[in-house]
Design a binder for this molecule. Structure first.
Ligand code: NAD
Length: 494
């Protein structure tokens, strides 16, 4: 009742929201313009709190602080071991606040609170610790030169990194980018998504407490065309690490190209296929296929939104998957019985409903769901369409909502051909017990990650990124540190 819904676990108290200003040079400050914007609770559409709104002037101040911290401050100059020690302390502090952080992402993004506690925040910590432990293992190599010289390479931090992230995993996204950049010795300016500003500010506060020097990590909440654009076009930013839509990815690349030729990495959208063969374990297939598109209310870049099912099990699969979808409990993400919360905001909610209309208009068969639910907030039923053709909008566009498109196929060749029939290439799922099919399809599918008999396994050590219009560059894994490093050759006569 304390939260206005009566269904949350007894004893749970929503945390007080303490940090709403910009974090620049180690201090929480108001925007220079004094402007603020509202962040809303998707369970009700009500305003949670006002947050300071950065524009060009504030981004300039944040970049200036990051530049100074990079050019003259201790962060890039201390040993990798020392940086790693501080980053591990940062991880310890986050672990002490898991519940508060999961609650902030819960009210800001409509994410499941219990899942946030068990997966999102611990996953962010895991990412941070992985790179904290890598900070003292960055080194160049000895060169075998072809002339009478000897030489070696140094790997040096690239400089000031601008991080621009979306709203669907506010905590994971933050640490996916910030952890390797800081471990490399870079200084960072983060622009979180305008829908989800709250947890990033808490992370800024904990960074200071952990001993990350002033200016090494700055957070400037604000909107894309103002704060985001100021960061991507800034002459003193050396790299942009972006996750978001292909449309904005393209804008960012142009901005980088026409300013100072900063490097960029783009993690963009997806329309990932889940390919289920006749020999797959049917119950596992039904569970995984549902989770692959309904988890996080479908607001996930790797959502397995196109489900290809082989004709031998198609009819039975359809019966079971409808049952399964009906079993998903949609409701308040703070209620432990619920497994699907609201869409992040009104724009996203209306967009998903529009796509459901496109599906009906284009002749797909609506098997279940398709309607909003609840008397307030942005809830949508788990929705399944059958008889989907690759030329339909629902099979080509990223919906970013709980909408599954079912497609029947006969042969392996057909499955591969149709699975690749998209401009995206982020992920794919393959469900089969035949190792030869699994190997063949995983080599033929053009996607940055292939999950065989599993889905959504994100591991700090597994490079993650896209083929085709899903972007370029990889997060996670040791390779990700390379994005934030430069190689310098040092040569002397023998
Ligand atoms: P978006 O591209 O609209 O926004 C992402 C970020 O870019 C936000 O912080 C936004 O403020 C900022 N932005 C917007 N305009 C900008 C501009 N002109 N200059 C600089 N920054 C700008 O995406 P979204 O709607 O917030 O997120 C959904 C998209 O993100 C989907 O396409 C989804 O697939 C993608 N995504 C990809 C991954 C991945 O790892 N590949 C992960 C999560 C989400």
């Amino acid at each position: 009742a304390e939260n206005g819904n009566g269904s949350v676990k007894e004893g749970f108290k929503m945390p007080e929201i303490k940090y709403t200003k910009l974090f620049i040079n180690g201090e929480f400050v108001d925007a220079a313009s004094g402007k603020e914007f509202e962040t809303r609770d998707p369970r009700t559409g009500d305003v949670i709190v006002n947050v300071a709104e950065a524009d060009k002037v504030d981004v300039d101040l944040a970049v200036k602080a990051a530049r100074e911290a990079f050019d003259h401050g201790p962060w890039p100059r201390m040993s990798g071991y020392e940086r790693g020690r501080i980053l591990h302390k940062y991880a310890d502090l986050i672990e002490q606040h898991i519940e508060e952080l999961a609650a902030l992402d819960g009210i800001d993004a409509g994410k499941l609170f219990e899942f946030g506690k068990a997966v999102d925040i611990p996953g962010a910590v895991r990412m941070l610790r992985y790179y904290a432990s890598a900070a003292d293992k960055i080194h160049g190599e000895t060169l075998k030169l072809t002339t009478a010289h000897q030489g070696y390479t140094l790997k040096e931090p690239i400089g000031v990194v601008g991080v621009i992230i979306p709203w669907n995993f506010p905590s994971m996204m933050f640490f996916l980018k910030v952890s390797p950049a800081l471990a490399a010795g870079c200084t960072v300016v983060v622009k979180p998504a305008e829908q989800t500003p709250l947890s990033a500010l808490f992370y800024a506060k904990l960074a200071k407490e952990a001993g990350i020097p002033d200016g090494a990590l700055n957070v400037v909440n604000g909107f894309g065309p103002t704060a985001g654009a100021a960061l991507t076009s800034h002459m003193d930013v050396d790299n942009i690490s972006f996750t978001g839509s292909p449309e904005i990815g393209s804008v960012i690349m142009q901005s980088a190209a026409t300013s100072n030729l900063k490097t960029v990495s783009l993690e963009l959208g997806g329309k990932s296929p889940m390919i289920i063969f006749d020999d797959a374990n049917l119950d596992m297939a039904v569970g995984l296929a549902s989770a692959a598109v309904f988890f996080n209310k479908g607001e996930i870049c790797v959502a397995g939104s196109r489900v290809y099912v082989q004709d031998g099990i198609y009819d039975e699969f359809v019966k079971k998957v409808i049952e399964c979808a009906k079993g998903w409990v949609v409701g308040d993400p703070f209620d432990p019985k619920v497994n699907m919360g609201p869409q992040v905001d009104k724009v996203q909610y209306e967009r998903v409903l529009k796509y459901i209309e496109y599906g009906k208009r284009d002749g797909a068969t609506l098997l279940t769901g398709g309607k909003p639910c609840g008397d307030k907030g942005y809830y949508i039923e788990p929705t399944i369409f059958a008889d989907v053709k690759e030329d339909m909008k629902i099979a080509q566009d990223e919906i970013f909502g709980p909408v599954m498109s079912l497609i029947k196929f006969k042969t392996i060749e057909e499955a591969i051909e149709r699975a690749n029939c998209t401009k995206y290439g982020l992920a794919a799922g393959i469900l089969t017990n035949d190792i030869n099919i699994a190997n063949r399809v995983s080599r033929s599918v053009r996607a940055g990650t292939v999950w065989i008999n599993c889905y959504f396994v994100f591991d700090a050590d597994a490079p993650f990124g896209g083929y085709k219009m899903s972007g370029f560059g990889r997060d996670q894994g040791m390779n990700a540190i390379e994005k934030y490093l430069q190689v310098k050759s040092v040569i002397t006569p023998i």
